[in-house]
Design a protein around this ligand. Structure first.
Ligand SMILES: [Zn+2]
Ligand SMILES: [Zn+2]
Length: 266
């Protein structure tokens, strides 16, 4: 099964909260017999912005570290992209980044809400307890804008605000439906991100209801580990592939220079 899958969402030490250089992640991927490995470290900003991403001046080192992994593991297809923070009003910066290298893909993520705080940062956990509905409202509105920007080859961890295990009451499809409609409309894929299984929510991103709605709407998917350490490359991929198949999916996507190809899940 792993030979039919690609893990495109992985990080490097340049983001200051991950360990293992591309060469070390590639060693794990080659050992597992993974179909493809891709890197998508947190995108640099034009000016210093926060403490969990590479600086703009580090971009050449990022590209070079991926090239080293390619040279060391020529039998493994290694791709390069970025996980880009979608921030309303900063779309032009993403367009600029897109032109700075021959990326295989750009991933769109929402970590920052329009009022400027980080939805997945543990220091704000009490805010989730106090106002889950308002946070989800704001997050999903931004997530739809991220999809509708059409700046990205796929979007990451759809229901990220559940990270700490706190969710609004009731049927959460009210939040998923507009996002799935935007994905279908723009033909944008989403990822099943297995990092959720390693967090307090103990559930993949996104929830099963989201995946089922997306399948009904004909939205394609990819499967990602969001590895921040070599040991997490392709983590949970067997279970994620089974989940995707149970929802009716038969293929995932591969990306080369921002062009997609569907590959059967074995
Ligand atoms: Zn992320
Ligand atoms: Zn990530």
């Amino acid at each position: 099964m792993l030979a039919s899958l690609a893990d495109y969402h992985t990080h490097t030490p340049l983001c200051r909260h991950a360990e293992g250089w591309p060469i070390e992640l590639a060693r794990v991927a080659a050992g597992l017999g993974l179909g493809e490995l891709g890197f998508a470290d947190h995108n640099p900003m034009p000016e210093p912005f926060d403490d969990w991403r590479m600086l703009i001046g580090e971009l050449p080192r990022y590209i070079e570290s991926v090239e080293q992994a390619r040279a060391e593991f020529p039998q493994l297809n290694i791709k390069i992209g970025l996980e880009c923070d979608f921030i309303v009003g900063h779309e032009q910066w993403i367009e600029k980044l897109a032109g700075l290298h021959d990326w295989d893909y750009l991933i769109g993520s929402v970590h920052y809400l329009p009022d400027g705080w980080e939805v997945d940062h543990p220091k704000y956990i009490s805010r989730h307890k106090d106002s889950a509905d308002a946070i989800w409202e704001s997050y999903w509105k931004t997530y739809v804008q991220c999809i509708e920007s059409r700046l990205f080859d796929f979007v990451a961890h759809p229901d990220l605000p559940k990270k700490f295990g706190i969710r609004p009451e009731g049927d959460l499809r009210r939040y998923y439906e507009p996002a799935v409609a935007a994905l279908a409309e723009t033909r944008t894929p989403f990822e099943i991100n297995t990092a959720g299984w390693r967090k307090e929510c103990a559930e993949q991103y996104p929830a099963l209801d989201f995946i089922a709605l997306a399948h009904s709407a004909g939205v394609p998917l990819v499967i990602s580990s969001d590895a921040h350490t070599p040991g997490d490359v392709a983590a949970g991929f067997q279970d994620a592939a089974t989940l995707a198949k149970n929802c009716g999916y038969t293929t995932t996507l591969r990306f080369t220079r921002r062009t997609r190809t569907a590959v059967s899940i074995q």
